[in-house]
Design a protein. Structure first.
Ligand SMILES: *Cc1c(COP(=O)(O)O)cnc(C)c1O
Length: 430
């Protein structure tokens, strides 16, 4: 793998892009500012590999930030999309595929008896909160520092993902009233949750069950059950945002792996198979508050889009038990290799993983909350990412995001990745 790559065409496109798109991109993390370089413009991708406009080829560990659990341009998913497209791209009327998808989700997540589809995870989280407020007659929310639930006003306070990357505590333009209705505590701090619950009557406790937008910071033993108990005592709904974890960490997401059932589940990414689709769902008694069954208004021109539903169904159909075992093994092999490589050169990193997700934290111990994640060596991480990109490996270009290994990553990809990883750590160690 070469360490000298050309980026003339990406540079040319970036110069044009910044004239017409804020920061040259349509979503902040793509700009790669957190790792001190300009964005890479993509030409195409297949399987686990991405090719940029300059012809550089990368082993991709971003995979569109989660949807592509089968890798890029999987033939079966493409065939499902093309077949659906031939029958029409959108109708504004219901289709059979939407029922198939809701039934499949219900089989995987028994707590999701009914769901409503949206076009983005942001919309799904926003609508789940509207429903929680309507169902409880309360307004205040409990969320965790460093958790990301999309870019809706009330959920941006001390959010992870792109806000963490940019060091933005809460975006300008969010009215204080919206932020005031959100109480924020540190992840994995059970006492802080109990204190907040003693002081407030919450509409919802909202959590990523395995937070992956401050890097991956899994719950400590018993923490999700503590949230379940606190929500019940408080009279709040427990809302799990499984936009990343849903259908990735196991057939039924984190709620199945940890055996803690939320009242409402927010889904996205994998459920759309690489097309814009997301959903929120829960018990029939709650979901029937949603219009037109009930009076909580929620709608979308492209919600349940037939192409996205076809891509999502094709994606879920291929996610059987052997697939999850394979994804788990790939993740473990990658995490182990990353740990070994860091140890060889003595760079202090901690590699945290669950099946299908991992983060390489530039810190001696794995962070257990957002302040700890923020205390990582961000410059070290950035330099390491630049060194990986120069060697044909595309890691998440921010310390506050997860790696997304896929079923398209073969042992040959892992070998090449770990060669680059060794070289990049060696370059850092100097
Ligand atoms: C990506 C993400 C969202 C937002 O989904 P979009 O489709 O980008 O709006 C919400 N919650 C979590 C946990 C996410 O990772």
């Amino acid at each position: 793998m070469s360490v000298s790559i050309t980026d003339a065409k990406s540079a040319e496109l970036y110069a044009r892009a910044v004239q017409r798109l804020p920061g040259g991109v349509n979503s902040p993390v793509r700009a790669m500012r957190a790792i001190g370089r300009d964005p890479i413009f993509v030409d195409r991708a297949e399987g686990a590999e991405l090719v940029d406009v300059d012809g550089n080829r990368y082993i991709d560990y971003v995979c569109s930030w989660g949807p592509l659990v089968h890798g890029h341009a999987h033939p079966e998913i493409l065939a499902a999309i093309i077949d659906a497209a031939h029958r029409g791209t959108t109708f504004g009327a219901p289709t059979a595929g939407e029922i198939d998808l809701a039934e499949e989700v219900g089989r995987r997540m028994p707590a999701v008896e009914m769901l409503r589809m949206t076009s983005s995870g942001t919309e799904a989280a926003m609508s789940a909160i509207r429903l929680a407020r309507a169902a409880t007659g309360r307004t205040t929310l409990l969320k965790f520092a460093g958790a990301y639930h999309g870019h809706v006003d009330g959920l941006l306070a001390r959010a992870g993902s792109g806000l963490a990357t940019a060091g933005i505590p809460t975006s300008p333009g969010v009215p204080p009233s919206a932020a005031h209705e959100t109480i924020i505590v540190d992840w994995n701090d059970g006492e802080a949750v109990a204190r907040a619950c003693a002081e407030h009557e919450f509409a919802a406790i909202l959590a990523e069950p395995y937070p992956a937008n401050m890097g991956l910071v899994p719950p400590v033993e018993g923490f999700l059950q503590l949230l379940r108990n606190q929500a019940d005592d408080n009279g709040a709904l427990l809302v799990f945002d499984e936009v990343i974890t849903g259908f990735r960490v196991g057939p039924g997401g984190a709620q199945e792996r940890d055996g803690v059932q939320p009242d409402l589940t927010v889904m996205g990414k994998v459920i759309g198979g690489g097309l814009p689709a997301a959903a929120f769902g829960g018990a029939r008694s709650l979901m029937e508050h949603i219009a037109p069954a009930g009076d909580v208004y929620q709608a979308g021109t492209l919600s349940g889009n037939p192409l996205a539903v076809a891509a999502g169904m094709a994606t879920l159909r291929m996610l059987d038990e052997p697939a999850y075992l394979r994804l788990g093994a790939t993740t473990e092999a990658l995490a182990g290799g990353l740990r070994d490589a860091a140890a060889v050169v003595g760079v202090p990193v901690s590699v945290v993983s669950v099946p299908g997700l991992l983060t390489v934290f530039f810190s001696e111990t794995p962070p257990r909350d957002y302040p700890a994640a923020q205390a990582c060596d961000l410059d070290g991480y950035a330099a390491w990412c630049r060194a990986l990109l120069a060697r044909g490996v595309y890691p998440p270009p921010s310390q506050f995001e997860a790696w997304f290994p896929s079923l398209a990553h073969t042992s040959e990809h892992l070998d090449r990745t770990l060669d680059a990883v060794h070289a990049a750590f060696a370059e850092l160690a100097g």
